[in-house]
Design a protein around this ligand. Structure first.
Ligand code: TRP
Length: 326
């Protein structure tokens, strides 16, 4: 039997190339070897209460991107967290075996508390418990995540161990599976690519928009004139060439030409934009087709919820039995 993978992602709307290279591409690949369940975590998004008026739109945009990128609803379960409300029931039950100290010492919680001192809500403290419920509701063993999620996964494993100790072996201990893709920096060349910093390139952008964005990217800060020798190793445009210039000899040639001042940043960016547009063309075609059939995407979301619901009901029955509720 294939192992089970679960991962969740916040509904951030249209996805960018950082999301693609860092997570989505990996989700797609895992479908070959695992039974995969991928969830858009709308309830987790409420812990920071941003833009709830855009929540539905963001969920749809993200699902369009997932499908266009190759997540296959025939193979995998793709669903929206709140559509399977058993997760909230399980969250409450798991909270009974979770010492508060485990949660308040999590680095991401402390960071959030520092960033939003006026809104340190109960949900924020329980964030890793809800995440644990997401994973164990489906008894997933493998959880593809970025490095930033490791502290949460550690809490999940502790909760599972404790539950299994008290009530008998019920859940597998979930293992994090880190993606090997390096963190993708945004167009500012310093920060991780992210929508909130407006340094992203959207997967669904038009070729013209993509070109415009890339032409605005920061390059080697020490190179002022075209005749100055460049430093590709500090240039994010060069780093991005690794992902969109398939032939690696060519990436080396680019670096050498830059060092020798034989190529300018403008040329280099033109070429990068072309590479991105070429590689994303099939994605963009599929996405346009999906956008033209919103009914299909609604069906995918409904079907994912149905299938997730069936597994969730079974697990929750077992948990309640073990906890003496039935
Ligand atoms: N906390 C994760 C993030 O911000 C999202 C998430 C929620 C998740 N539930 C999950 C990831 C379960 C993996 C498994 O990226």
């Amino acid at each position: 039997m294939k192992g089970r993978v679960f991962s969740g992602a916040r509904p951030t709307g249209r996805q960018h190339i950082g999301n693609y290279l860092g997570a989505i591409q990996n989700y797609v690949k895992l479908q070959q070897d695992y039974e995969c369940i991928y969830c858009i975590v709308d309830v987790h998004a409420l812990t920071t209460l941003e833009d709830t008026d855009k929540l539905q739109e963001n969920i749809r945009e993200m699902m369009h991107d997932w499908l266009a990128a190759g997540l296959d609803p025939q193979q995998s379960i793709l669903f929206v967290q709140s559509h399977v409300p058993q997760v909230m029931e399980l969250h409450t039950l798991l909270s009974m075996v979770t010492p508060l100290g485990w949660l308040t010492r999590v680095a991401t919680f402390k960071e959030k508390a520092r960033l939003q001192p006026e809104n340190i809500n109960y949900g924020l403290v329980g964030y890793p418990v809800l995440m644990t419920a997401d994973i164990v509701l489906y008894k997933a063993e493998t959880v593809p995540v970025g490095e930033d999620q490791l502290p949460h996964l550690e809490v999940a494993r502790e909760i599972v161990r404790r539950f299994n100790n008290i009530f008998g072996p019920t859940f597998p201990e979930p293992q994090a599976k880190l993606t090997d893709a390096p963190i993708i920096l945004g167009l500012d060349g310093v920060n991780k690519m992210s929508k909130s910093l407006n340094n992203e390139i959207e997967l669904a952008a038009s070729p013209e928009e993509t070109r415009e964005r890339v032409m605005g990217a920061f390059t080697d800060p020490e190179r002022k004139y075209r005749s100055d020798p460049g430093h590709p190793e500090v240039c994010n445009v060069w780093r991005l060439h690794h992902h969109f210039t398939k032939n690696h000899d060519q990436v080396d040639v680019i670096a050498q030409e830059c060092r020798d001042a034989l190529r300018g940043c403008v040329e280099c960016k033109e070429q990068l934009a072309e590479g991105i547009n070429r590689d994303l063309a099939p994605f963009r075609e599929r996405r346009a087709a999906l956008a033209a059939s919103p009914q299909y995407v609604e069906e995918v979301i409904a079907d994912g919820a149905r299938r997730a619901h069936a597994i969730a009901t079974e697990t929750l029955r077992e948990v309640k039995e073990r906890m003496g509720l039935i």
